[in-house]
Design a binder for this molecule. Structure first.
Ligand code: NAI
Ligand code: 15L
Length: 269
């Protein structure tokens, strides 16, 4: 059998990039890591690291040569002004998809719950719900997902758009009882995204098996992914950990929805 093609991972030096690097390297994958910031950990045996700005289209195309999957985790990862988001998250995303088209590679895109953040917490959303971004950052994630749709329909480029909830070692407030994604569940999801036979243009809710989840149907069966962890055991200590802000508590995107919020009356249901 021929060697599996290398995996390109952008955002490798970030919090999730480091977790994915460790997890996939332990499974023996050959990794091509990249970030604008230096890689802070010892480099695994089958990995190389190239410092690169996602705004540099030529460098992106060059680095993707020969790769079979692009795990795209690089870019602005929190609520920032439009001008900050524009380069890495919009232009950079375009370069990633152009590279994928050339290489016939699959893109796994680190989308975010903030692409749908203005849905109410009382709603249970399926993967075909309307985008309701809560920030320019969330808007850039909706754009990224739609780019995946464009490249699938026009070029047959496969993508998995993972709407990540809150991925950190442990949930830290009441909202994360719904949105938490554990590190082991993130790694197992990445492995399935790489190995799945066919994905088309898929959406996955990036959350562990949380009873309070805001989210329902998605493409996990097609990928063969089952999250193993759950935020439920943290309910006793976190259920009362609320913000005290009615806007934050009303919407799925939490604090991002309330930043620079200037409505004087709540939007109709
Ligand atoms: P992070 O901020 O730790 O990592 C992002 C990485 O992108 C950083 O290492 C940064 O240096 C790099 N980067 C920024 N601008 C760049 C540029 N112009 N060129 C090249 N690299 C650049 O964020 P984290 O938490 O690791 O998130 C990774 C991805 O997952 C992000 O795309 C984020 O939007 C997404 N995500 C993360 C969630 C979480 O709970 N951690 C939730 C939802 C989505
Ligand atoms: C995200 O998209 C961010 O990358 C992360 O820092 C958290 O804010 C997360 O969403 C969340 O909603 O908890």
């Amino acid at each position: 059998m021929s060697q599996p093609k290398p995996i390109l991972l952008t955002g490798a030096s970030g919090a999730l990039g480091r977790v994915i690097t460790k997890g996939l390297a332990a499974q023996g994958w050959t990794l091509r890591l990249t970030d604008i910031a230096p890689f802070p950990d010892p480099l695994p045996a089958e990995a190389s690291f190239t410092r690169m700005d996602l705004n540099d289209g030529v460098a992106v195309l060059r680095l993707a040569e020969g790769c079979g999957t692009i795990l795209h985790f690089g870019g602005i990862s929190v609520d920032q002004p439009f001008e900050e988001v524009l380069g890495p998250n919009l232009r950079g995303l375009y370069y990633i998809y152009e590279a994928a088209r050339r290489e016939r590679a699959r893109v796994v895109f680190a989308s975010s719950n903030h692409s749908i953040g203005f849905h109410e917490r009382s709603e249970k959303l399926d993967d075909d719900c309307r985008f309701r971004p809560d920030s320019y950052y969330g808007l850039s994630k909706a754009y990224g997902e739609l780019m995946g749709q464009l490249y699938w329909d026009k070029h047959g480029v496969e993508s998995v758009n993972v709407r990540i909830g809150s991925c950190l070692p442990e949930p830290v407030d009441a909202r994360m009882l719904a949105t938490w994604l554990s590190y082991p569940d993130l790694v197992s999801l990445m492995e399935r995204c790489v190995l799945a036979e066919a994905t088309g243009c898929a959406v996955i809710w990036g959350a562990s098996n949380n009873a309070r989840s805001f989210w329902g149907k998605d493409a996990r069966e097609k990928l063969g992914w089952t999250p193993r962890d759950s935020a439920d055991p943290y309910a006793g200590q976190l259920a009362g950990k609320l913000s005290g802000n009615p806007v934050i508590e009303r919407y799925q995107g939490g604090a991002y929805t309330a930043r620079e919020y200037s409505r004087t009356s709540p939007s109709p249901k």
